[in-house]
Design a protein around this ligand. Structure first.
Ligand SMILES: [Zn+2]
Ligand SMILES: [Zn+2]
Length: 300
């Protein structure tokens, strides 16, 4: 089966350049994104995964709407995680002159010491953005590192991402995601924040910002509250730019940014589109809609 992730670096460059031509102010954020992605892709090949669940069991979970990590938390290679963490911190500092110097302290926190790290990773791997930030504040990691909890959460998510991507790829290979039909991710359970209408057939694909699983979800249905009433689902877009849409639900008042690859006549990399479409978030919030569930930890 063809893997949906990762994109090629050529494709990434081309997509970023396309957006930079329209908006130069995105240059700093894309510099950090590319620097982090390079580290993540570099480590993908070094991470081994052993799926302990049998394929049939995985499919059963999917049929029941249970995401995989809820059924079984993976044991990660914590030494390798520490390497990724250190490399992500260096990558952020190299790409961003404004990065706080205190980032260097982060890897020194007690949580990342050999005796604590396994239990720390088990505790945080299934948290969403708000839960991760609350966890960091409760343990006072932010005070000890002299960093905002949002910054710490971002670095942890970015360092964990290649590990959950490898799990996602292994699951996709054995089971695919065609049995899954929820608004949250079949692998890690994070709420989908962005979608695309596939270029070839117009089907709606949701993507997880964390492990990058992609799965088909019906177009006339809200992914967040199961509303299927067509009258209460609508979309709008920036005039003259129909490829970039905001789909909203009048029942739960959530919005979903959606890239219509069909009207753009090309395939898209949703992670990049997510960064480049801040304007759609503003538009949706001005209209009184809220982002679905927990927000993704975006670069800013
Ligand atoms: Zn996921
Ligand atoms: Zn809804």
């Amino acid at each position: 089966m063809q893997q949906s992730y990762p994109p090629t670096m050529d494709n990434v460059e081309e997509t970023i350049n396309f957006h930079l031509e329209k908006d130069k102010s995105l240059a700093p954020v894309f510099a950090v994104y590319k620097s982090i992605l390079t580290v993540q892709l570099d480590y993908l090949g070094k991470i081994e995964v052993n799926l302990t669940l049998a394929t049939e069991k995985i499919k059963d979970c999917f049929r029941q709407g249970k995401h995989l990590l809820a059924e079984q938390k993976p044991v990660l290679d914590s030494l390798l995680f520490k390497e990724v963490l250190a490399s992500i911190i260096k990558a952020i500092q190299a790409a961003s002159p404004d990065a706080p110097e205190e980032l260097t302290n982060l890897a020194e926190l007690a949580e990342f010491e050999t005796k604590n790290i396994d239990s720390f990773l088990q505790q945080v791997i299934c948290l969403n953005k708000e839960e991760m930030e609350a966890f960091i504040e409760e343990k006072e990691m932010d005070k000890r590192a002299a960093l905002d909890s949002e910054v710490i959460a971002f670095v942890i998510f970015m360092s964990l991402s290649p590990f959950v991507v490898r799990i996602m790829q292994a699951v996709e290979t054995v089971a695919g995601f065609s049995l899954w039909r929820q608004g949250y991710c079949p692998v890690c359970g994070q709420t989908a924040q962005i979608a695309k209408h596939r270029n070839e057939d117009g089907a709606r694909l949701l993507e997880c910002w964390f492990c990058h699983a992609q799965w088909v979800f019906p177009r006339v249905e809200c992914p967040y509250c199961d509303n299927k009433e067509q009258k209460k689902l609508r979309f709008f877009y920036v005039p003259g730019n129909k490829g970039y849409q905001v789909h909203v639900c009048e029942v739960c008042k959530s919005y979903l940014k959606t890239v219509d690859a069909k009207s753009l006549q090309k395939d898209v990399i949703l992670e990049i589109e997510s960064i480049a479409t801040g304007q759609l978030d503003l538009l949706a919030e001005q209209e009184g809609y809220k982002p679905p569930g927990s927000r993704a930890p975006l670069l800013h």
